[in-house]
Design a protein around this ligand. Sequence first.
Ligand SMILES: Nc1ncnc2c1ncn2[C@@H]1O[C@H](COP(=O)(O)OP(=O)(O)OP(=O)(O)O)[C@@H](O)[C@H]1O
Length: 633
Amino acid sequence: MTDADKSTDNTTLLASLGRLAPQLKPIFAPLIWGLLSALAASVVALLIPQVYRVLVNSALQPGNGTKGLWTGAAVVLGLGILEAGLIALRRQFVIVPATTVETRMRTSFYRHLQSLAVEFHDRWGSGQLLSRAMSDLNFMRRWMAFGAIMLVVTALTVVIGVALMLSMSWELGLIFVAAAVPIVVFGYRFRRSYGLVSRRSQDQAGDLATAVEESVHGIRVLKAFGRGREALDSFAGQAQELQATEIHKAKSLAVFSLVVTLLPELALGAGLVVGILLVSQARLDVGALVAFFATAAVVAGPVESMGPLMAMTLAAKTAVDRHFEVMDAPNTITDPAEPVRLGPVRGDLEFRGVHFHYPDTPAGTPELLNGIDLVLRAGETMALVGVTGSGKSTLLNLVPRLFDATAGAVLLDGTDIRRLALADLRRHVSVAFEDTTLFSNSVRGNVLLGAAEHPGLSPDEILEQALEVAQAGFAYALPNGVDTLIGEEGLSLSGGQRQRIALARAIAARPAVLVLDDPLSALDVNTEERVSDGLRAALVGTTTLIVAHRPSTVAMADRVALLQDGHITAVGTHSELLAGNDHYRYVLASLSEEPKDLDSDLDTDTENELADELGAAPRGTGPLDVVHRGATA
Ligand SMILES: Nc1ncnc2c1ncn2[C@@H]1O[C@H](COP(=O)(O)OP(=O)(O)OP(=O)(O)O)[C@@H](O)[C@H]1O
């Protein structure tokens, strides 16, 4: 469990459940009707013993015939049917509204997750969010539709029942009231202890969901490294912890249920002795005694259901607390109050005195970025180079505001990007990450994900062009062409194919600024070359900032920026930096030229061409073969 998930149980039951009030407001009327139906069902159940009383005192008296008996039986049957009908009516009233509230809350939970900054998602385990989105909302719905209503009905039934019992015989009634005192005391203690264990159980279930999600996601790594056994052991350990908590929970509920069942039974036994004594002393008639015990039997049901109802209420309280821990999490990346609207965007991009450190960085750690000054002219392609871990990806993440600079500013066409509406900014800036994420959707759906409407180009044409530039024409050869389902639940693609689809997605958006985080790393040198050529042609007019891990990626750039010790220490053409910067030479020498995408076949001619290309001077720069030799030396 991450720090974000750990929470102390410091809210009261009422304060927590009270937070559902705004959600319940729109379904208040059906809830009240449901409550009235349930209440009416309880009143009907309490009426049945009164019929027994009349039956015993009149119809069963010698010489009164059987007519009264049949009438009494018919009334009892009618009341029974009415009770069942009212219970069904309660369900009818609340089911649709409660599920509607659940759906609405789940949707706004998802919307909030979408809007929360990356920094939030870095801190939270996916299983914790999954369990909040699924099971916690389920708990809440069940409580709204059943628990809350039954809690009120149960309490009222007990109060009315005990009042009736007291009216029939105050002596017998008092025995039951006396039995209620320890139940209340015990119930109070149960509420505290069960609340804590319920919280632990729901958190552990979330952790378990995270473990399943991670291992399913990383199944290839687990298998390849033969770590399935360790993963299983760790999972089994977590599952056992949850089991121990569930047993603790069940035992705690069992003890409470035992108390709420046993005490009324003891009161019943004591009441029977006292009742018979009262009848023998003619201080109580037999009909009243029978009615008293029939009422006690009716009241016993709700009293016994107190345990499960309390448990359900406490689980709902925990669910509400867990739900609002996420819903209350502030969104740190928001739209400005009065967004600036840019006209046609040229694509001038500037980092001005940018500082950054991740929120969870320990105090005293030097800033990751400590004063970045860099200007990209509109339409320019700039490669960003630096040793691993120097903060290249971090710097890129600032452009679409996945994180905000802790000081300084990033400017688009001279305007601080924090003054633009997020939707506008992200329309102007498009990103392709090294670690590609494809969604369970068709190739078409994935590529056109962020594609804006373009005058004169149909979606199919945008798709075709993007696939061509990204050298992702293989998509047409998939079983259903570009409509083939890919992503998690679809066809598996190679790393290089995935990267090319992700690159096509960034290109299809036709942004003013393109941010590419080593998007060609999984491609073989040949494919990379063709993609680079396509990109060069397609990116005319697009400002591009590209993290380069390979000399061939550097070759695409007009200029190169060197990131070192948190700031840009040099900017220039590849040849300028190569000639005059030791650190640049050191970084380039450590870069790899190894082809990774082995799913592309290289014929001999292509290999020869490739060798020539590597030896040839890149666009406006010095010879890459120097770099290549440096890299392999
Ligand atoms: N979300 C995050 N939260 C906290 N620290 C992070 C986060 N992402 C990256 N870091 C840290 O910031 C530092 C820079 O990471 P970054 O990914 O920006 O480097 P990079 O230059 O792109 O590295 P590489 O060349 O290996 O991709 C690393 O030390 C990394 O551990």
